[in-house]
Design a protein around this ligand. Structure first.
Ligand code: PMP
Length: 395
């Protein structure tokens, strides 16, 4: 095997082995990524010898923890080219999108696309936005020519997945921003799948909000981030009330802290934030460009092998980023997933929280293989072997 990125990285991830020490071919990184030992160690330290609360302690351990927590905010912001005062810690991408959907003061029409994850659909519906849906191109990209025709001055928000969690298709974020801005709307990019696999710079993209989750970026669950332009965050009212988000409280009148603290009510996810920062360090040290190139090679190999089987339907564009959806004729993706599991191959089977996209293709589910830093040609070979075995079983 010639894959240096994989060879050096697989041992960093204790989760990549079965209970009896055999390799586990984990092809579900789009759902959640395995954690490197560096992140696990950072979490253990934050929970152990470094642990204390943040922002209020007068004792030195708390002051140090506060520095660590705020350093994590700087790392996460810098990871996407943003500034710390623009970075709100949330529970994840889902909460980040909910925050904008509920708090953005100019609730008008929002343009979404046919391929969105439910977490970029339901919050807008719940918060009372008028939702319009941009169609897809033949090869499964958000059709920005159609978006251009659909956008009107009534639209105050456009919210697109930067990378589709089902198809891996990448939207041209800068063009989407230009289109949104041309009618006076803002652009939110759901960066859940892009941040782990594409270099992201919010200034270059010229977007207004960017949402993502730590656990898909090799960090812990329970934390994510909303990056927003400072002037937009400042214009948004608080969301949840409680400690840490205030300036001064009285029964007559309460005033609020500036962003980002205004949106972080209560004791924050201190340990998780430290782990999120450690994950950014780990990934930045490898380089997202290298990860992107590595995953692109594995995608090309997998697509080619699947195309060689004439009873496979492939979804999404050729240059999908790290994620491939497919169907075997006459075999339900759940059956495929179950048989692959017997071979220590883990894929995702289902609607991937994107039911409108399944409806678009007229199917209930797809099988999805998705890659990460640690994925290898061996994993691809195990997947293909498993698919061939499944086909033999189903005759
Ligand atoms: N958007 C996309 C594109 C996703 O893939 C996911 C997670 N599958 C989410 C949003 C939601 O992320 P989380 O569950 O971490 O909040």
């Amino acid at each position: 095997m010639t894959d240096t990125l994989t060879r050096t990285r697989k041992d960093d991830f204790p989760g990549l082995f079965t209970a009896d020490g055999a390799p586990w071919h984990y092809l579900d990184s789009a759902a959640t990524a395995q954690k490197p030992q560096a992140v696990i160690d950072a979490l253990a330290r934050a929970m152990g010898e470094d642990y204390a609360t943040v922002h209020r302690g007068v004792y030195s351990r708390s002051a140090e923890m506060t520095l660590g927590y705020e350093a994590a905010r700087r790392k996460v912001a810098a990871f996407i080219g943003g500034r710390e005062e623009e970075l709100v810690f949330t529970r994840g991408a889902t909460e980040a999108i909910n925050l904008v959907a509920y708090c953005y003061p100019d609730k008008g029409r929002v343009l979404l696309s046919q391929l969105e994850h439910h977490s970029n659909i339901v919050p807008w519906q719940l918060a009372g936005w008028q939702v319009d849906v941009c169609p897809l191109t033949e090869d499964g990209r958000i059709d920005l020519d159609a978006a251009e025709k659909m956008l009107t001055p009534e639209h105050t928000m456009v919210s697109f997945a930067h990378v589709s969690n089902v198809l891996g298709s990448v939207v041209d974020g800068k063009r989407a921003a230009d289109l949104a801005h041309s009618v006076g709307a803002k652009l939110l990019l759901d960066g859940c799948q892009s941040v782990p696999r594409l270099p992201v710079d919010v200034a270059e993209l010229d977007c207004d909000f960017y949402a993502f989750s730590s656990h898909k970026l090799y960090g812990p669950t329970g934390i994510g981030a909303l990056w927003g332009r400072a002037d937009l965050l400042d214009a948004m009212p608080p969301w949840q009330g409680g400690g840490a988000m205030i300036d001064a409280v009285s029964f007559e009148r309460t005033t609020y802290a500036p962003a980002p603290q205004r949106f972080e009510a209560g004791t924050p996810a201190i340990i998780e934030a430290i782990g999120f920062g450690a994950a950014c360090d780990y990934v930045a040290n490898i380089g997202v460009e290298a990860i992107h190139a590595h995953e692109a090679k594995l995608v090309a190999q997998t697509r080619e092998a699947l195309r060689g089987m004439n009873d496979v339907t492939l979804y999404g564009p050729e240059d999908s980023a790290g994620i491939i959806s497919f169907m075997l004729q006459g075999i339900h993706p759940h059956d495929l997933g179950t048989i692959l599991d017997e071979e220590n191959v883990a894929i995702r089977a289902g609607h991937h929280c994107a039911q409108p996209l399944m409806e678009h293709y007229g199917i209930p589910a797809t099988a999805r293989a998705s890659f990460g830093i640690y994925s290898s040609e061996d994993d691809v070979a195990a997947l293909i072997r498993g698919i061939e075995r499944t086909k033999r079983i189903f005759g």
